[in-house]
Write a protein that binds this ligand. Structure first.
Ligand code: MN
Ligand code: MN
Length: 468
């Protein structure tokens, strides 16, 4: 190889050269990345819904010495606690050496993912089949949810309070469900429609049965299904009224690619950031500042409601920490927030060469280039953006550079094409310094999303460095 020119040397010094992180991965680190990805995929397979993730997370926390904050009388530096909000979101903290008044370091992700929810009156019979009506949750491309294996997860709560957990379609011996689509031979009219109208919301009906109970009764196939459900779960049709049943892909998370570099799975938005945030706080011991991890619900539909980030339950959790560390006094909570810093841990749109025209190359996030920072989100003229201050971005850059954590700064896509947001603005409104910081994803919100194992591992390391 020849000597590099002065220009090449100067370029190396002055340019922000963007390249994949894979070339820097040494053999022992590769093992760690693959092991971490295996553990992540297991986490995805046992938690497809917010309730399942919160339940599994609680179990992991207890195994790692965390206590329910309600059961703790006093809190001291090093103590580890959590609070479960209505089985759908969870807040976790490791008490720091400094007073909470000096601020918290928060990493916040969400554990709900786009899916199809069952309507309150879902079951009907038509053409000799029993079907379930759905109402989609979050931003989906409806056509993606047809002709794939589906599972049903969730709860049915009877009026006497008895709660029945449902999880059917995951075991090899379980039946699965599906939404049918029209055969191409007869789809001439459908194929002329715009992609968004090709499959309508009211056509997302899940096929669940076809054997009649008997010959004489009307709606006999529906009756047969209800009879099966009654025998198995002790429920009647009216019990669907107080249920939360989610239709999710029945696929398992899998390693993707000949080189085993990626993960393909449902619900990686935002469980990839939820898992890495959780792992990051599990590895925090005696931090200087109190470390907090949020796994919130309802992000995909606007963060409203008492389990969404807009709810004040999180504020109550922090107030509880102030009370139990004996630090609290009037109006202290506001001060705590104003002194706090946060990484809003949510996924980013990864550059996809097949849809390159949706991205602006200089400002796109690339799989394999590390954790993705979005200084701001929003749509069009930054409408609704949560915009991190340059001073704070500089702080995070310093942290990542000092800890050898590969990062990239990007925008969601081309400016006029659309946009999006996360929970960042909700925390920013409290006075917290927040930046969006997550993992780039391909096919975001699809039943099968793609991420890079390199970025997965960098996210874990990045969140951990931040919380420590
Ligand atoms: Mn998300
Ligand atoms: Mn999303």
């Amino acid at each position: 190889m020849g000597e590099s020119t002065k220009g090449e040397e100067l370029k190396k010094e002055l340019f922000n050269i963007k390249k994949t992180g894979w070339l820097e991965v040494k053999e022992d680190q590769m093992e760690k990345i693959q092991k971490f990805a295996d553990e992540y995929m297991y986490f995805l397979n046992v938690g497809k819904t917010e309730r399942e993730v919160v339940e599994n997370t609680t179990k992991i926390l207890i195994e790692n010495g965390f206590k329910n904050v309600i059961e703790v009388e006093n809190l001291n530096p090093g103590d580890k606690v959590y609070y479960v909000n209505r089985e759908k979101s969870i807040y976790i903290a490791v008490i720091g050496k400094e007073k909470l008044e000096n601020g918290l370091n928060i990493v916040g992700a969400h554990v709900d993912s786009p899916r199809l929810d069952l309507k309150p009156n879902p079951l009907y019979e038509d053409g000799g089949f029993a079907l379930l009506k759905t109402h989609y949750y979050g931003g989906i491309k409806k056509y993606q949810w047809t002709t794939i294996p589906l599972a049903i997860h969730g709860v049915i709560v009877k009026s006497n309070g008895e709660k029945i957990k449902i999880n059917i379609g995951e075991e090899e011996s379980d039946p699965v469900f599906t939404i049918t689509d029209l055969l191409p031979h007869l789809a001439q009219e459908q194929m002329e429609k715009k992609l968004k109208d090709g499959i309508e919301g009211e056509a997302l009906n899940v096929l669940v049965g076809s054997i009649p109970f008997d010959e004489k009764t009307s709606e006999s196939v529906k009756l047969n299904i209800l009879n099966i459900l009654n025998e198995k779960y002790g429920i009647k049709e009216v019990d669907f009224l107080s249920s939360e049943l989610e239709i999710v892909p029945a696929f398992k998370a899998r390693t993707l690619g000949f080189d085993r570099s990626m993960v393909a799975a449902y619900g990686q938005d935002d469980k990839i950031c939820a898992y890495t945030s959780l792992r990051a706080i599990l590895d925090v011991q005696n931090p200087q500042k109190t470390a907090v991890c949020i796994l919130s619900d309802k992000e995909e539909i606007g963060s409203m409601g008492n389990t969404g980030m807009e709810s004040h339950v999180f504020d109550n959790f922090i107030a509880e920490l102030l009370n139990k560390t004996g630090e609290n006094r009037p109006n202290l909570l506001e001060k705590v927030f104003c002194n706090s810093k946060m990484l809003s841990a949510d996924v980013d749109a990864g550059f996809d060469p097949i849809y390159a025209s949706a991205s602006e190359h200089n400002n796109a996030a690339f799989l394999g280039r590390g954790i993705g920072l979005n200084k701001y989100t929003g749509a069009r003229g930054k409408s609704g953006a949560s915009d991190a201050n340059a001073e704070y971005v500089a702080e995070i850059r310093k942290l990542f550079e000092e800890n050898d954590i590969r990062y990239q700064l990007s925008e969601l896509g081309k400016v006029d094409l659309g946009g999006g947001g996360t929970i960042a603005y909700i925390l920013a409104n409290k006075g917290i310094d927040v930046i969006d910081c997550g993992v780039p994803v391909l096919s975001m919100h699809a039943p099968y999303e793609v991420t890079s194992k390199y970025d997965l591992y960098m996210a874990y390391r990045g969140y951990n460095a931040f919380l420590k």
